[in-house]
Design a protein around this ligand. Structure first.
Ligand code: GFB
Length: 316
């Protein structure tokens, strides 16, 4: 990629897409091509073809997807599989048809088999049954990886696939029904602190382990791989350590200054017991993360206070 290359960041208003746009601009890539969901519905093939024919991007970061936490995935399986399959097929095929030089696709740690040996190695994909709470999303994402590999085999299309672990950071979704655990707990502990609540409900048993990568680190790895990696195999992106949901809750409560009770709601699903990534393939290429969980939670909380509609609503 050259500084003036035409670079399409699909999903630039989301958690990952906005971090990618920031990272590319910070590195001096000045010719970003951005479009909103209202301007270009990526689930519509006509809209995607029209976009590629008129904007002619040279590089594509496919960060647009229908994403959500464990409850959203369990409640809306048809939406998750339909929208993600449509977006992938439209963007990957139209990118190839319209001469894109390279496309980067984003998978996720949650599409590995539920009980794959830990830490998760890239080779364990498709070696066992999936986590039931999000198998529809997982099948769609696995299909995206296979699309990239198939277009490379048949058409020589340079598409690569990344496998990030659980992500968080500025631009995250703080809606308590559809979000992931880290932003949800930031909001829950903040509101409990602000309203003087005696306890906060944490879903599940608190025993599952999760690894968290700050989205700015993911963006750095994604640009690094776009510039340095041209192979069909997927690449894990993680921090190499995880913690229990209970310890995550204690950490977030401490950072926010909440000293009330933490109660576990076992009626909510735990999901995959663990999904720690083995990122040694990426580390061998020379990339490592730089944002610690403590630092990342603090800056994400600051972003939440400055930007979340929900904070202003409570304040008014
Ligand atoms: O982050 P999360 O929704 O998704 O849940 P997954 C992680 C763990 O946190 C689960 C617990 O054990 C939840 O029960 N948890 C505790 C909470 N309190 C809360 C809360 O208030 N909100 C939420 N959301 N969780 C997702 C997949 O799995 O991983 C997605 O479903 C996506 O497809 C994502 O790929 C990366 O980590 O379990």
């Amino acid at each position: 990629m050259k500084k003036a290359s035409r670079i399409f960041v699909a999903g630039h208003r989301g958690l990952v897409g906005s971090a990618l746009a920031r990272e590319l601009q910070r590195r001096g890539f000045s010719n970003l091509i951005l479009t909103t969901r209202e301007e270009t519905d990526l689930t519509s093939r006509d809209a995607v073809d029209h976009f590629f024919q008129s904007k002619r991007p040279e590089y594509v970061f496919l960060a647009a997807a229908k994403v959500g936490g464990i409850l959203a995935n369990s409640r809306y399986p048809a939406d998750f599989i339909r929208d993600n399959l449509a977006i992938e097929l439209n963007v990957i095929d139209s990118a190839w048809q319209n001469g894109v030089k390279k496309l980067e696709f984003l998978g996720s740690s949650c599409i590995y088999p539920r009980l794959a040996p830990q830490p998760l190695k890239e080779e364990s994909l498709l070696t066992g049954s999936l986590e039931p709470t999000n198998e529809w999303y997982a099948i769609a994402k696995i299909a995206g990886i296979k699309l990239c590999q198939a277009y490379r085999i048949q058409h020589g299309f340079n598409a690569i696939s990344l496998m990030p672990t659980n992500l968080y950071g500025p631009g995250d979704n703080f809606d308590l029904q559809s979000s992931h655990v880290l932003p949800a707990l930031i909001r829950k502990f903040h509101e409990a602190q602000a309203e003087g609540l005696r306890s906060v409900a944490v879903w599940g048993t608190g025993t599952p382990l999760r690894e968290f990568l700050h989205v700015d680190d993911l963006a750095s790895a994604a640009v690094f791989l776009m510039q340095n990696y041209d192979e069909p195999e997927i690449v894990n992106i993680g921090v190499g350590e995880d913690l229990t949901i209970a310890d995550l809750a204690l950490t977030i409560a401490r950072i926010i200054g909440y000293s009330g009770k933490i109660e576990f709601d076992a009626s909510k699903p735990d999901g995959t017991p663990r999904k720690l990534m083995d990122a040694s393939r990426l580390h061998a290429m020379g990339w490592h993360h730089s944002i610690s969980l403590e630092q990342g939670i603090r800056t994400t909380y600051e972003w939440f206070l400055a930007n979340c509609e929900c904070v202003r609503a409570v304040a008014n």
